[in-house]
Design a protein around this ligand. Structure first.
Ligand code: NAP
Length: 282
């Protein structure tokens, strides 16, 4: 069994970005991400700490716009609109879900593709749908593709089963896999025989958000399994959607949780912000 660790993939992305960042600095530009956070949810704060550490280590900037839970819709919309216009900001990440009193409706429609570093807006979703290579995909979905490419896992003509159809992971990763010439099956809670769909695949991408639901009964020898899930198990430990101990005994290659997909996501975010900065200097 090959363990597909995220760190070497992230390290390679970071190394490739270093000369680009240096070049931007010579031109007086520091790639800078604006994080828009409403309230202080612990999972948002944990992700924010992780990305600040990564951006710091690469000498890139992070500006956090912290808004109170009772912020008005107008103020939230204006905050993002102003960041979108700010020439010193090269990417925007807004934590979601928002509190129930707020909607992302206006932001999703208006955010410009070049600053929409995690593909929450309709402009980048359209780019992804068209497969035109413009804009950015959601960082986690892109991280899945980066891992498969880094480890030389050929996608052409391969059967890939994606478990999950969310706008953040399942659907975008399916579109990206199609672009890589894979034959893709997308599964969800109404899929009639999930075990059979998983067993029939060469590669499984698990993104259901259900702790350890992919057991040995879903897999067969020779498969590659990419586990996107980030869940907490009964003992309170971080775990994926895949029952790693059981499944890793059968599969050819597998990503662990933690130390898998999640380790690559912030490097992809950094890459998107650096790309935004490069575009800003023309
Ligand atoms: P989500 O919005 O809740 O979507 C889950 C999807 O999985 C839905 O399409 C749902 O089907 C499907 N699903 C749920 N249970 C299923 C089951 N028993 N059988 C088949 N399909 C099932 O979740 P998400 O935002 O896509 O996130 C998925 C996972 O990725 C979560 O664990 C999340 O924490 C993790 N995640 C990881 C990273 C990272 O950096 N590694 C980043 C973001 C999220 P329906 O559409 O029918 O409801």
């Amino acid at each position: 069994m090959n363990l597909l660790l995220g760190k070497p993939v992230a390290d390679k992305i970071n190394e490739d970005l270093k000369p680009v960042i240096e070049d931007l600095k010579k031109k007086g530009v520091t790639p800078t991400l604006a994080v828009v956070r409403v309230g202080a949810r612990e999972d948002d704060l944990a992700y924010e700490r992780g990305l600040k550490k990564k951006f710091d280590s690469m000498e890139c900037g992070v500006v956090v716009m912290e808004l109170p839970e009772d912020v008005s819709q107008e103020e939230l919309d204006d905050t993002v609109a102003n960041l979108d216009k700010d020439p010193d900001i090269h990417g925007i990440l807004m934590f979601r879900p928002l509190p129930k009193t707020l909607t992302d409706e206006n932001i999703v429609k208006s955010i410009s593709a070049v600053k929409d570093s995690d593909c929450m807006g309709t402009a980048n979703m359209a780019n992804l749908f068209a497969g035109n290579g413009e804009g950015y995909a959601p960082c986690t979905a892109q991280a899945v593709i980066e891992i498969l490419k880094f480890y030389g896992i050929d996608l052409k003509g391969k059967k890939v089963t994606v478990v999950g159809r969310s706008l953040v992971i399942g659907k975008p990763v399916a579109l990206m896999l199609i672009k890589e010439n894979a034959t893709v099956t997308v599964c969800h809670t109404r899929t009639a025989d999930l075990k059979a769909e998983c067993k029939a695949a060469d590669i499984i991408v698990a993104a259901a958000g259900k702790a350890k639901m992919i057991t040995k009964d879903f897999v067969r020898e020779g498969q590659t399994v990419i586990d996107v899930g980030m869940n907490v198990d009964e003992e309170g430990n971080l775990c994926g959607d895949v029952n790693f101990d059981e499944v890793s005994e059968l599969t050819e290659a597998i990503t662990p949780v933690p130390r898998g997909v999640g380790s690559v996501t912030t490097s992809v975010l950094l890459k998107n912000v650096v790309t935004g900065a490069v575009k800003s200097v023309g």
